[in-house]
Design a binder for this molecule. Structure first.
Ligand code: MSP
Length: 650
């Protein structure tokens, strides 16, 4: 019996027909995030990835390069291993299907299933898609092409061995029914169920028209069908038939992670093979969505691929991993764009997380000579902050357990935002002015350090170098190599007296315009060196100057609000009547969640008076009032003086 503190997670083994792209990196980083999370929870984890090296496709590509298949794949496999090193993937093994340890298991299993009568010889006649390495019937084709990838298929007719897959259909349906978690997400499970219900045919499991594969043990004219061969990697890598202890330690797998393109192989073919072999089924088969590019799914043959190595050298490992983990909502597809990646780095990492850390560090240095003080004076707002930390821990744990990666990251970001807001609410720079509020200031610093500690722990599976880098500025972890997840669920573990020192910005802002011009640049001084009164100070961008004439084109006027009401059926809009000297105007403004009409009536504001009028919910808005804002607050700019409305602001 497998013990509950052992955890086995796999990625698909990738085809080494070419170098991998960020789609493959997505699965591998996501699985790594789970593996690290489980290790932080104290589990013994076996994380497996590898390469699927046999089959017609690889043989063909190698031939096109004038190489023997093994010679060709060796080169690609070495690139793949380097890629995983670059991305700090913590796989415990890397299985290659060309290895003897794997081939032996494939032959043994083939023989076993044959001996019990579940494999028989016959003739296959039908269609084959080489890029997908999949058999199709005439009926399954779409307009004569592969229904999965849309490419040409070839008609093949050859002697083949068949696996009695159909025999196991009922048993499989029953298993799916009794184990609702087996195929996830639920929408995909329904697809699989209806596929099985249409009737499962026996599966062709050998080929004779090429030789790059595992020979059928009792008939060397045949090589084992590449999918039958490949799926067995999940057993061969953990010593099935060769290392009983290892095998019993980790089988059944806890999660086979993949994208939806290959779910059918894992949710139908693989379980029926295991049933035939008399082995327990994996606990969960999870299919995530695709990272798409304009023009569809990324693929080498379409030429629309993104190289993960290039991205990490431009933006750093933590940032690229963060982007990938956050990118796909539960089971959904997501659109890749480098600009979006840069936006995420700038907003989530530089502005929110990076700033929280650098401002807190700067304040501890400035107000307490770099020694983290103890917390003494508690106020009601602290309870809210602690509650936010507890919720972040609980939600992050639950979402990661459900493989809802983006929701997990968002749960942590909520804590980061809450902590930034706490700085706003507690106004440490004011507390610092009076000796009697020093103890309260100390508590505020301690609470911020706690939020940082918790956020860093929760983000460690995604951004593995972050806790170490942050620790050089605010020393919150004694043993950076052995971070413990459960410590994110406890408040008060930061040690008073711990040292804070000034350091480099953890997430330098990226100047997208410069990147676009192919000169990747980072603006390093975005994080304020000292604490600043505003939680998210306007980021320092590379300056793009405008002339005074450009500015003069804006007609900014003092305007007096004479009337104001809420826009019916709109939460965010107010309708204002304003006076500019003798002139009356109507302005619709999206500030209803921050101001009541009576807050504005009688006040003078700044109006962009020459903005093209536009209709909002049927009301013509003749200008725009100016306001400062951050993620949480909006502050209208008032003109507090006797200056008459209608005067210019310049
Ligand atoms: N060799 C088979 C798998 C055998 S597993 C026993 C194979 N290889 S593959 O190289 O084509 O990899 C497919 C997998 O790569 C997908 O299931 C997914 O995990 C990952 N991805 C490839 N492109 C992807 C995207 N554009 N988006 C998300 N994941 C992607 O199929």
């Amino acid at each position: 019996m497998k013990q509950e503190n052992r955890f086995y997670i796999t990625t698909p083994i990738y085809y080494p027909s070419d170098n991998l792209h960020i789609g493959h990196a997505y699965t591998t980083v996501a699985a790594d995030c789970v593996a690290r999370f489980k290790r932080m929870q104290g589990m013994e984890v076996f994380y497996l990835t590898g390469t699927d090296e046999h089959g017609q496709k690889i043989e063909k590509v190698a031939r096109e390069h004038g190489k023997q298949p093994i010679e060709y794949v060796d080169g690609i496999v070495s690139n793949i291993k380097k890629l995983w090193d670059t991305l700090l993937i913590t796989n415990n093994d890397f299985i290659r299907t060309s290895e003897a340890r794997h081939q032996e298991v494939v032959q043994k299993l083939f023989q076993k299933v044959y001996d019990q009568g579940d494999i028989y010889i016959s003739e296959y006649e039908g269609w084959y898609c080489t890029p997908c390495e999949t058999f199709f019937t005439e009926r399954q084709l779409q307009e004569g092409k592969c229904p999965d990838c849309g490419r040409e298929v070839e008609l093949i007719k050859e002697e083949s061995y068949f696996f009695r897959m159909g025999k196991y259909a009922g048993q499989l349906l029953e298993h799916i029914e009794n184990n609702p978690d087996f195929i996830q997400p639920p929408s995909r499970r329904n697809e699989v169920v209806s596929f099985i219900k249409q009737g499962l045919e026996d599966l062709c499991v050998s080929r004779t028209t090429f030789s790059w594969g595992v020979p059928v043990p009792f008939n060397d004219k045949h090589v084992v069908y590449v999918w039958f061969d490949a799926l067995i990697n999940y057993l061969s890598a953990i010593g099935y038939t060769s290392d009983e202890d290892l095998f019993n330690k980790f089988w059944p797998a806890d999660i086979h992670l993949m994208a939806k393109d290959i779910l059918r192989f894992h949710a139908i073919i693989w379980p029926t093979m295991l049933m035939a072999a008399g082995l327990p089924l994996p606990r969960k088969v999870f299919a995530h969505g695709w990272i798409m590019l304009e023009g569809g799914k990324m693929s080498k043959s379409k030429g629309n691929v993104i190289d993960p190595v290039e991205l990490t050298s431009k933006y750093g490992i933590d940032a690229v991993r963060y982007y990938l983990v956050k990118e796909l909502s539960f089971g959904q597809d997501g659109m890749y764009s480098e600009e979006l990646l840069v936006n995420r780095i700038n907003s989530d990492l530089a502005n929110d997380l990076g700033n929280l850390i650098s401002r807190t560090t700067a304040m501890i240095i400035r107000y307490f000579d770099g020694n983290l003080p103890a917390a003494d004076i508690t106020e009601p707002v602290d309870a809210e902050l602690k509650e936010a930390a507890r919720t972040a821990y609980e939600e992050a744990t639950e979402k990661l357990d459900n493989l809802d990666f983006s929701a997990y990251v968002i749960a942590v970001l909520k804590l980061v935002s809450r902590a930034n807001k706490y700085i706003d609410e507690t106004e440490p720079w004011k507390l610092a002015k009076q000796e009697e509020s020093k103890a309260r200031l100390a508590t505020v610093m301690y609470n911020l350090a706690e939020c940082i500690r918790i956020a860093l722990l929760l983000l460690a599976p995604t951004m593995p170098t972050l806790p170490g880098r942050a620790n050089q500025q605010i020393n919150l972890f004694d043993d950076i190599e052995h971070l413990r997840w459960e410590e994110a669920g406890k408040w008060g573990l930061a040690r008073p007296g711990t040292q804070a020192v000034k350091g480099e910005s953890l997430f330098p802002r990226i100047d997208w315009k410069a990147v676009n011009k192919d000169e990747a640049q980072t603006v390093t001084d975005v994080a304020p060196k000292q604490e600043a009164p505003s939680p998210n100070p306007a980021p320092v961008q590379e300056k793009e100057y405008i002339s005074i004439d450009d500015f003069a084109r804006l007609d900014l006027r003092v305007a007096e609000v004479t009337a104001c009401e809420k826009m019916p059926k709109a939460d965010k809009l107010l309708i204002l009547k304003v006076k500019l000297g003798e002139e009356e105007r109507t302005v619709v403004s999206g500030i209803a969640q921050h101001y009541q009409p009576e807050d504005l009536i009688g006040k003078k504001v700044v109006l962009v008076a020459n903005l093209k009028p536009t209709k909002l919910r049927g009301v013509l808005s003749e200008g725009m009032i100016l306001a400062a804002s951050d993620a949480n607050t909006v502050e209208v700019l008032f003109v507090d003086s006797d200056i008459e409305s209608g005067n210019r602001v310049k």
